[in-house]
Design a protein around this ligand. Structure first.
Ligand SMILES: Nc1ncnc2c1ncn2[C@@H]1O[C@H](COP(=O)(O)OP(=O)(O)OP(=O)(O)O)[C@@H](O)[C@H]1O
Length: 755
């Protein structure tokens, strides 16, 4: 028996034990004690582990005392097929012996000894597996640094609960393992990353959790994946403070949410809120007017390229800017003034609270609350003051009448006059007291009527009225007047543009504030380059937290007219964010990335080239649209299927072109479907590049007929996004290589497909 086989045997035993232990735990939780005992006996009879059988027996016995939460139980069940994926042998300096730790997606402890049977990948010690090489290492846990030596890192191939093999990691195997994982198809990828997380990615996951973090990462560098793992890591470390539903993941579109949803349960973050910025804001502000999306605006520009469209872009850009935030601030100050009530709060002629005092409550004492909340709080203060003072007032008034009565009874000589006076005073006293009581019942609500009840959309509309708007802008211009008029017009028709959502959210947080159910404590923003300054600012203001994980790629900033120009501008929004970059790219092959990297040199930003992980594939191929191309396409599809490829996308520059491709009978007969934001993802999709953002497919066909890519900044970025979607192969179908700017890229980096 070779050494490998010997190790394999004992590793198999270990796996069997772990599975049994898990099954046992699950039975304990699910069934009564009787069933448990029977099962225990049965397990012990079957397990025949040489010298360690006693230990296992003990462990099994103790397992019955473990109480698992419903989630833990569910996780345990899911992980029976692959309880762990790696092992490390670690000798901690202070200890006499080295220890072996098995690393998996959740932890499992022996209750008696507190020793881990499976170590959670998020635990401090597991960091040693991801960071650095074999040899001397250190790791930090609970503020202390531990030193030691790692003598073994081993990775397992476990499928359906069976151990197929293992590989020991050293300098050379590291890439092999990653390559195995990358060679897989799209559908298997996302969930299996945890065993091959790379050092630079690990650093992002584990970067200071109390600080905001901004990650600039090349296409395919794992931003989305790593951001999701970071939430998982965050929840693991902060589980006593934060709950999953206090996390918010902001995704670029609904398709993307479908795409990530498969990975969320395994990471234990499926209960995190997942939505798009637009859906989120509409839900918060409760305005259901239709919204012209940024994609619509983008398509308008790409398809028409008319002057009006450029103005639209400028308008959208301005509405996301810092200058516009300042304009809003000025407006909000004006709105605030409408809440200032200076009148004293009276009960009849008695002052309950002075106007000056009430104003102070609004402006000072309650200054940290939104305006409507301040008003509500003032109402409560008035109610309680009134309750307190009413009694005194009534007593005072009654005493006054009683005094008068005494005077009449004992001071008036004339009997008739005295009688009249006394009866008058008695009646008057009663009337007066009743009147006071009656007034007291409505005094607060009458007073409160002086506070305005603003409707958000009306307020927003009023901001664009000529006089108001002119008083808010620093310097008027024809562009601003155009913006004012156009916005007023569509608001009049109860319509919004996506750029109005951030200002509305911003105003809403000043006026109403978020409902407790909508509050979140940590936010992940994916494709962050597409968010405007004001969108970030309004999110931060709404949640009042700095705990943001922001990932994006400026090279894919196809909404640059409205999005961020650089990451620097976020320093004005977040306090001391950590800034990290991800340079290596895992999605695609060297050949495809080489072509895409050349596009980067045509962009205005000086962006570092993405470094593909060593994985080769065929050169990207250009298919000329000469007669016969459709047959060639069908043949290529056949060959690709034979190779085991199973997710395909035809990506166009515009939505219009996508609709046209779907009319080609050869293509529709291959079950390609056009995708929009509301359809379900399938294996054969036709979609415009802006929707393909963030997604990936085994094979991508770029297609151009009427809408070729031209050499302007926007097109270059759209093309870059499209080219970086495939995992394995890229084809470009068009009238000439020029349609994909191939004439500006090196000839050696693509081939012409002959048919
Ligand atoms: N460490 C890793 N091990 C294995 N696969 C990885 C690793 N990191 C990333 N990948 C794979 O690379 C691909 C790209 O990852 P992801 O979609 O997270 O990248 P991204 O940076 O968000 O890309 P883009 O900006 O282009 O949308 C995915 O298939 C992912 O599974």
């Amino acid at each position: 028996m070779s050494v490998y086989d010997e190790h394999l045997e004992s590793e198999k035993e270990r796996l069997t034990f772990t599975k049994e232990y898990m099954n046992h735990l699950i039975t304990v939780q699910e069934s009564g004690q009787k069933a448990l005992k029977e099962r225990q006996e049965d397990t012990l009879a079957r397990l025949d582990f040489k010298d360690s059988s006693l230990r296992y027996q003990e462990m099994l016995t103790h397992s019955s005392f473990m109480k698992l939460s419903k989630d833990q139980l569910e996780n345990l069940k899911n992980l029976r097929k692959k309880p762990y994926f790696a092992r490390i042998d670690f000798h901690r300096k202070e200890k006499t012996d080295k220890e072996t730790f098995y690393i998996g997606k959740v932890s499992l402890f022996d209750r008696e000894t507190q020793l881990p049977i499976i170590l959670d990948w998020r635990s401090p010690l597991a960091n040693v597996y991801y960071e650095g090489r074999l040899g001397d290492v250190s790791y930090e846990a609970h503020g202390e640094v531990y030193e030691g030596n790692v003598s073994l890192k081993r990775q397992y191939q476990i499928e359906d609960g069976e151990l197929l093999g293992f590989r020991d990691v050293d300098l050379t195997t590291k890439d092999e393992l990653l390559q195995d994982s990358l060679a897989q198809n799209a559908e298997h990828r996302l969930t299996e990353i945890v065993s091959t997380i790379q050092e630079e990615q690990n650093r992002v996951i584990r970067a200071d959790l109390r600080k905001p973090i901004i990650v600039q990462g090349a296409a395919g560098s794992g931003k989305t994946t790593i951001a999701l793992h970071r939430i998982s890591y965050f929840l693991y470390n902060m589980r006593d403070i934060f709950k999953p539903d206090e996390m918010l993941i902001l995704a670029p579109n609904r398709l993307f949410i479908q795409y990530i949803s498969e990975v969320l349960p395994e990471l234990g973050v499926n209960r995190a809120k997942q939505t798009t910025f637009s859906d989120f804001v509409q839900h918060i502000i409760q305005v259901d007017w239709p919204v012209v999306s940024q994609h619509d605006v983008l398509m308008g520009t790409i398809e028409k390229a008319e002057e009006g469209e450029t103005r639209h872009l400028q308008m959208a850009g301005y509405k996301g800017s810092k200058a516009f935030k300042q304009l809003l601030d000025r407006y909000i100050q004006k709105v605030k003034q409408t809440y200032i009530v200076e009148e004293d709060f009276m009960l009849a002629e008695f002052k309950i609270k002075s106007g000056a005092n009430i104003k102070r409550l609004f402006l000072k004492d309650f200054q940290h609350f939104p305006y409507e909340v301040r008003v509500e709080k003032i109402k409560r203060v008035l109610q309680s003051e009134l309750r307190r003072k009413k009694k005194q007032i009534i007593e005072k008034v009654a005493a006054k009448y009683d005094d008068e009565l005494d005077k009449a009874l004992f001071g008036m000589k004339d009997k008739d006059k005295r009688k009249t006076r006394v009866s008058f005073l008695i009646t008057r006293k009663e009337e007066r007291l009743n009147e006071l009581k009656k007034q007291a019942r409505t005094a607060v609500s009458r007073y409160m009527k002086q506070f305005p009840k603003h409707k958000l959309t009306n307020l927003y509309k009023s901001m664009y009225e000529e006089e108001m708007f002119c008083s808010l802008v620093e310097e008027d211009s024809t562009e601003l007047q155009y913006l004012r008029k156009t916005t007023s017009k569509y608001l009049q028709n109860k319509q919004l543009h996506s750029e109005d959502l951030a200002p509305l959210l911003y105003m809403y947080t000043y006026i109403s504030g978020l409902h407790a159910d909508d509050q979140v404590k940590k936010v992940v923003v994916d494709e962050a380059q597409d968010y405007s300054f004001l969108e970030f600012y309004s999110l931060k203001k709404a949640f009042q937290t700095d705990l943001f994980t922001i990932v994006g790629d400026l090279a894919q900033g196809i909404y640059r007219y409205r999005g961020l120009q650089n990451w620097e501008s976020l320093k004005e929004v977040f306090r001391q964010p950590s800034y990290l970059t991800l340079q290596k790219t895992y999605r695609t092959t060297i050949e495809i990335m080489n072509l895409a990297n050349q596009l980067l040199t045509l962009m205005p930003e000086d962006l570092p080239k993405a470094e593909p992980v060593v994985r080769h594939g065929p050169l990207p191929a250009f298919i000329e649209k000469q007669p016969g191309w459709k047959r060639a396409f069908i043949k290529v599809m056949d060959q690709l299927e034979d190779k085991g490829m199973n997710s395909f996308a035809i990506v166009t520059k515009t939505m219009k072109e996508a609709a046209e491709v779907s009319q080609i009978s050869e293509i529709s007969s291959l079950n390609f479907q056009t995708l929009d934001e509301h359809t379900e993802m399938g294996d054969r999709m036709i979609l415009p590049a802006y929707l393909a953002k963030g997604l990936e497919f085994d094979v991508v066909f770029l297609y151009s007929e009427d809408h070729p890519f031209t050499k302007n900044e926007l097109d270059i970025k759209v093309l870059y996004v499209a080219m970086t979607r495939p995992l394995h192969e890229l084809y470009m179908i068009g009238n000439s290589p020029h349609d994909f700017l191939l004439d500006h890229l090196g000839q050696a980096s693509y081939q012409v497909h002959s048919f």
